[in-house]
Design a protein around this ligand. Sequence first.
Ligand SMILES: Nc1ncnc2c1ncn2[C@@H]1O[C@H](COP(=O)(O)OP(=O)(O)OP(=O)(O)O)[C@@H](O)[C@H]1O
Length: 300
Amino acid sequence: MTSAISIDGVSKRYGALQALDSVSFSVEQGEFFALLGPNGAGKTTLISAMAGLARQDSGQIRIMGHDTIASARDARINLGVVPQELVFDPFFTVREALAFQSGYFGLRRNDAWIDELLFKLGLTEKANANMRALSGGMKRRVMVAQALVHRPPVIVLDEPTAGVDVELRQSLWDFVQELNDAGHTIILTTHYLEEAETLCSRIAMLKRGRLIALEDKDTLLSRSAKREVALKLSGELPASLAPWHARNEDGRIVLSLPTLSDLEGVLTTLRGAGLEVRELSMLETDLEHVFVSMMSGEKI
Ligand SMILES: Nc1ncnc2c1ncn2[C@@H]1O[C@H](COP(=O)(O)OP(=O)(O)OP(=O)(O)O)[C@@H](O)[C@H]1O
């Protein structure tokens, strides 16, 4: 099956700044994929190149098999991008904005789908309101609707929940999840790691324009999962275990073990030192921890 998105050796410079450095990866059809990275990592640059808004210096991007440069129009028709910034014409009503966007894709009779989008995104009552009169969250919903007017199979959301309240965030995710269930491929960039953790099945991480990780969420989590152990002891931690001492937390000593099987040795050492283990628990690792570790260059 053709990949939804295939990115092959894509590089882009802005003057002396290498915004993207030989980035390659593919997103398969039907995936819910997360693209994570700190500010300035190159996420928006990559999305702009996918959408044909910026041109890479080298490398190739294909959307549903269509090259974003050689077959720009076919590539664009297959892609819906919800931009990070709110871009709109303040003089249009919501419905007009969506009709205009449909026209851009050559769709003249698109009212039924526009009505459905308005309904699904809770915008029905705002259909005839001017864009400038909408709250930020409502404008954000219109951005999502705009990206979907041409029913693209591949949908990219560039930090869609920035500045969006909890309730809207949840309804937005329900809707995006519905689209994914219906077979749409979703690529999401977000700073809310818990969103990526709950929604996405595969995660790519960019750092200074380079792809530093690309893995199944579960693999990524299990790479460092459950290797921290919190202990309450009857006395001081023996000096021989000091190298594994990560921190103290809530009156407990947290050890960071290279592998889980090292726990056996730890317990033997503690017994040998005549110490009683009053409490022992494994600490769960969440994506946030993995992310921060990888971004700080720490080995996990
Ligand atoms: N048009 C441009 N001209 C010059 N430099 C640019 C331009 N667009 C982006 N950059 C630079 O390229 C780098 C990557 O930016 P980009 O916006 O792609 O990162 P990002 O990962 O999307 O960050 P954020 O999370 O802040 O949106 C940054 O250092 C940015 O300053």
